[in-house]
Design a protein around this ligand. Structure first.
Ligand SMILES: NC(=O)c1ccc[n+]([C@@H]2O[C@H](COP(=O)([O-])OP(=O)(O)OC[C@H]3O[C@@H](n4cnc5c(N)ncnc54)[C@H](O)[C@@H]3O)[C@@H](O)[C@H]2O)c1
Length: 327
């Protein structure tokens, strides 16, 4: 396949780039670098442009003879999306419409989309299945769900084929430790806790310890970024004309915030001060995926399901790159 990765210079995109290239596909990264890092794509072709720029996008699709797009490019901070919803609907939803229209104009009919567990909002039950209620509780989740609706309409009207992957909490880094997570600002738990282990932060805050559950802290499902990357290779092969196939991607096991911090203490051997803070509005108590469908239909099998492995790989990346790609 000739694959265009929008947002391929970001955390997840750079790991998927490595997996797709390893599987023998020809890859081109298309990223504005508004958040990503040119170093993360190593020697892959990189077009520095915005997805909202239809002319640049059409040029890239034609020049690199693209047949499949993997669309990561988006803003990802749920909290910020509450304060600035227009930023999220513009970049995550409106730019995705530009992408679909440009693909259609260039005769490119296959796309894998980065969706999110945030489309479920606060679930009625766990583990969550793909057919469960979709009820996002922030503009970030809504901006992604809007794209899923567009995919449905485009598949039906124009016969284009899509796979939408709903990721749960992505963490870890490539075992080579040469690519990893480097978000600014960082809002994800594992890198924040590891930054505290490195002494870059004074400690971590636990938002609420009075939820229903074993230790009162929120429960999340962590997936290794390389397992997620493997799923994209399978998904790219699994695109079918005229269909939208939707898959959850998680490990099917929940870990509490306290368990994550404790595992980070064990892996790093460092003291990590943690302080209890009030609950954050809009934090679902428990998010755990059923990924049965991805296993049954795509043949996906996580290679690194253990929380300890996920955190060890993240730690190796951060230790070797204390300032991220700027190290
Ligand atoms: N990280 C997670 O845990 C997680 C969970 C669920 C879903 N997702 C989704 O996965 C995708 C990738 O997330 P990530 O953690 O790698 O984020 P990231 O910020 O590291 O990567 C996003 C990349 O997209 C680029 N980008 C953003 N807007 C662009 C635009 N308009 N044109 C061109 N490039 C643009 C950025 O420069 C960046 O390189 C996102 O769509 C996100 O919503 C992430």
């Amino acid at each position: 396949m000739n694959v265009l990765l929008t947002g391929g210079a970001g955390y997840i995109g750079s790991h998927v780039l490595r997996a797709l290239t390893g599987a023998g596909h020809t890859c081109t990264v298309y990223d504005s670098l508004v958040k990503g890092h040119a170093q993360a794509v190593h020697d892959a072709d990189l077009v520095v442009a915005d997805v909202a720029d239809a002319a640049a996008l059409a040029n890239a699709l034609r020049e690199y003879r693209i047949d499949t797009v993997v669309h990561f490019a988006a803003f990802i901070e749920a909290g910020e999306s509450v304060q600035q919803p227009e930023k999220y609907f513009r970049n995550n939803t409106a730019a995705a419409l530009t992408l679909l229209e440009t693909m259609r104009g260039c005769g490119v009919g296959r796309l894998v989309f980065s969706s999110t567990a945030a489309v479920y909002g606060t679930p009625d039950r766990v583990p969550i299945e793909e057919t469960d209620r979709l009820a996002p509780i922030n503009p970030y989740g809504s901006s992604k769900l809007c794209v899923e609706y567009m995919l449905r309409a485009y598949a039906e009207a124009y016969g284009m084929g899509f796979v939408s992957l709903r990721y749960f909490n992505v963490a870890g880094a490539h075992p080579n430790a040469d690519i990893g997570e480097d978000h600014h600002p960082e809002t994800h738990l594992v890198p924040l806790v590891l930054a505290a282990a490195m002494g870059k932060r004074t400690g971590v805050k636990i938002f609420g310890d009075d939820y229903d559950g074993p230790d009162g802290t929120c429960i999340r499902d962590y997936i290794h970024v390389c397992d997620l990357a493997d799923a994209h290779v399978l998904a790219a092969h699994g695109v079918r004309p005229g269909e939208v196939r939707v898959f959850n991607l998680g490990n099917g096991e929940g870990f509490s915030v306290r368990e994550v911090i404790e595992t980070c203490r064990e892996v790093t051997g460092r003291d990590i001060p943690a302080e209890i803070a009030p609950r954050r509005a809009g934090d679902p108590p428990r998010l755990v995926a059923s990924s049965r469908k991805a296993m049954d239909e795509l043949g996906w099998r996580p290679r690194f399901p253990k929380l300890r492995t996920i955190i060890t790989d993240a730690w190796n990346w951060h230790r070797e790159h204390p300032e991220g790609y700027g190290s």
